[in-house]
Design a protein around this ligand. Structure first.
Ligand SMILES: Cc1cc2nc3c(=O)[nH]c(=O)nc-3n(C[C@H](O)[C@H](O)[C@H](O)COP(=O)(O)OP(=O)(O)OC[C@H]3O[C@@H](n4cnc5c(N)ncnc54)[C@H](O)[C@@H]3O)c2cc1C
Length: 337
């Protein structure tokens, strides 16, 4: 950035290229404000991401968000546009729900949208052509709208504002100096999720797209390959419940597999024939139940020039992340105009 740049001309830095950061970028760009989106990961998505198969012919897995709903008008409008060009499609198959000891087949009551070819298409579509930089882990917010990357390996800025869309404990590390934002980040607790990505030799005799709360400790089984636009084999994703995930968080893959495999066998009605298996440990998967941030948490600290967004400010889920990122951007637009 040229040294002649004043903060008023400078772009707004958005930390995090998940759905909240991408939604904020989309809204700010719409208002004519330049942005730079920074993420420590290798691409967009955060918890709405897709793990590519390592070999040719291996399926990919949505190992974070499985699908999303669009209840608000702004997301509905975007979804209508994206679905017309095939970037998102409804995931329509029946799923199974446990009722006592019986597995009942149900059709979803609201449309379950998925990104095509993977869930990470959603933040990609939101980001559009926004300038992004990946592999950029922000380790400190410096005075004058500057940012430190990788413990001082690089300093970026100045930026007009810095918007953080990180899970709360990671955001807290950076905004401790803010009396407005630090209490908010401190008040939100996240729970973990151990996720199993597994490729099977063959699918179930009775096809279904997902199985909710099959049996503790597994809370969700998805037949990822039943989503539209997937290919490359029978891909399944299992999630341990928040309680079970917390209990075995440090135990490692063997222990996790011992918990997951019986639930998969029960869902399939036969022992699974496994071609490929991998785990992902989400330390901050979703907001803990009972978190109370008050009726209208203030996400913008103009004194420091910092703002907060993320699903956790609005209760969790992809649409909450979208709403939170959009709302923060709208607060910024109002404050700067
Ligand atoms: C296993 C699982 C299943 C889920 N299933 C569903 C579902 O079916 N439906 C649904 O609606 N929602 C689901 N969710 C929730 C949904 O994924 C989230 O609500 C949403 O993706 C959160 O988006 P976000 O932008 O708020 O945060 P994130 O996606 O967490 O984005 C934060 C970003 O910040 C980056 N970052 C962190 N620290 C730094 C740093 N210091 N410097 C730079 N970058 C940094 C991270 O790399 C990340 O990309 C699920 C979540 C998980 C984990």
């Amino acid at each position: 950035m040229p040294s002649t740049t004043t903060r008023a001309d400078a772009p707004i830095a958005i930390l995090g290229a998940g759905v909240a950061g991408a939604a904020a970028a989309a809204r700010l760009q719409e208002a004519g404000l330049p942005v730079l989106v920074l993420d420590k990961g290798r691409g967009p998505g955060g918890r709405c991401s897709t793990r590519r198969g390592a070999d040719a012919g291996r399926p990919s897995f949505d190992h974070g968000a499985q699908y999303f709903t669009a209840r608000g008008p702004r997301l509905q409008e975007l979804v209508a546009r994206w679905s017309a060009s095939g970037g998102v499609q409804p995931w329509t198959g029946p799923y199974l729900r446990k009722s006592g000891e019986v597995l009942e087949e149900e059709l979803p009551s609201t449309t379950r949208w998925v990104g095509v070819p993977g869930m990470n298409q959603v933040p990609r579509l939101l980001l559009g052509g926004a300038p992004t930089r990946y592999g950029a882990r922000v380790t400190r917010l410096l005075p004058g709208g500057r940012l430190e990357l990788q413990e001082g390996a690089e300093v970026l800025g100045p930026f007009r504002l810095v918007l953080l869309t990180l899970p709360p404990s990671q955001a807290l590390e950076l905004v401790r100096a803010s009396e407005v934002l630090a209490p908010l980040a401190r008040a939100a607790e996240m729970v973990p999720c151990i996720t199993w990505m597994v490729q099977l030799e063959q699918g179930p005799a009775r096809p279904f797209s997902g199985l909710r709360a099959p049996a503790e400790p597994v809370s969700w089984i998805a037949r990822d390959s039943s989503k539209p636009g997937r290919g490359g084999g029978e891909a399944w994703v299992l999630q341990l419940s928040p309680e079970a995930s917390a209990e075995v968080l440090e135990d490692g893959e063997e222990a996790w597999r011992r918990l997951c495999e019986p639930a998969l066998a029960a869902a399939l009605g036969a022992p699974p024939r496994i071609v490929h298996s991998a785990f992902h440990r989400w330390r901050f998967a979703q907001r803990a139940e009972g978190t109370d941030l008050g009726p209208a948490p203030e996400p913008l600290d103009l004194e420091h020039g910092w703002g907060l967004a993320g699903d956790w400010l609005r209760g969790g889920r992809l649409e909450a992340a979208f709403d939170s990122g959009t709302a923060l951007a709208e607060r910024v637009v109002a404050a700067l105009s």
